[in-house]
Design a protein around this ligand. Structure first.
Ligand code: NCD
Length: 304
């Protein structure tokens, strides 16, 4: 197979710690309220085969705050509905002048396939159960706004970890920096190879054990259809795994509460937890803009 187009961001797994740090440092210099025409005349194609609110809006705002033109192509209402293949759509969008492609797709590996056939950088905005690298970067950025360093932190991830590309990318990133991660959820929602996934990764049976002493707690969305495939009823999930204030209090006093969104209040977390002072859920979305500005500028070779 050919090599992925230069500047592509396909996942966190194969990035080096220094590449991650350089993106995070660059993001700190980006201010969407002080536009810099770094990407003037560049065309950013946003290709979304799955629903998205935060990721799509923040990529678009990030690109526009640097002077780029953006075009959004959704699977519904485009030739994709007529059965056009991913690569044919990609060649079409390249032909209209795309300089960079941002893609979200239900199949793992779709961004890689595009990147090996195109001569423009491809950015993975979430591919199936594989990776969501820009989310992991904005999560690390958010943690570093509250904690001096990642090294030595303790983090709990609670919910449907098995199906979560957010969790996979976060685990890849945070374990490169020595974060100790504890996973908790129903057995059907836990990766079977968790212990071989990364050093310092643990699984606990109860939320209480996972959260106790944590510096950060990340809650993941739980889809009711997926819950139906487990032995648990909705009420059982809520009583065993829902993040409540009483459970959050077991974490460090200055612990932050994270969630990639969309949140389902009353299921994976309570209303009170979602809005509590420790919650950085809205801040994560806010930080997505400078982080994606940095990613786009880097992909297009506009910064070192
Ligand atoms: C997530 C996703 O789509 O992977 N959302 C996001 O991008 N912030 C998480 C989810 O949908 O559960």
């Amino acid at each position: 197979m050919n090599k992925a187009a230069r500047g592509s961001l396909l996942g966190i797994e194969h990035l080096e710690a220094k590449e991650i740090l350089s993106l995070l440092t660059l993001a700190r210099r980006m201010n969407p309220l002080k536009p810099r025409p770094l990407l003037r005349n560049k065309r950013v194609l946003l290709l979304f085969y799955e629903p998205s609110t935060r990721t799509r809006a923040s990529f678009e705002i990030a690109a526009k705050s640097m002077g780029a033109m953006t075009t959004l192509v959704l699977s519904s209402g485009s030739s994709i509905e007529k059965g056009e293949s991913l690569l044919d759509t990609a060649y079409t969008l390249r032909a209209v002048g795309a300089d960079v492609m941002v893609i979200r797709h239900p199949n793992a590996g779709a961004p890689l396939l595009m990147a090996t056939h195109l001569d423009v950088p491809v950015i993975n905005a979430g591919d199936g159960m594989h990776e969501h690298p820009t989310q992991a970067l904005l999560d690390a950025y958010t943690i570093l706004r509250h904690k001096k360093t990642l090294t030595g932190l303790q983090m709990a991830i609670v919910g449907d970890i098995y199906h979560s590309r957010v969790a996979r990318s976060a685990i890849h990133l945070l374990s490169k920096f020595g974060v100790r991660i504890t996973l908790c959820g129903p057995p059907e929602f836990l990766p079977d190879v968790a212990t071989s996934l990364a050093p310092g990764l643990h699984i606990t049976r109860t939320v209480e054990e996972a959260v106790r002493g944590a510096d950060a707690v990340m809650v993941l969305r739980v889809q009711k259809e997926r819950l139906a495939g487990t032995k648990l009823r909705l009420q059982d999930y809520i009583s065993r795994y829902q993040l409540t204030m009483a459970r959050l209090k077991l974490a460090k006093r200055d612990a932050i509460l994270m969630h990639p969104g969309p949140i389902i209040r009353g299921l994976e977390l309570t209303w009170e937890v979602a809005d509590c002072p420790q919650s950085v859920i809205v801040e994560e979305v806010h930080n997505g803009v400078p982080v994606r500005m940095a990613i786009l500028a880097k992909a297009l070779g506009k910064v070192n």
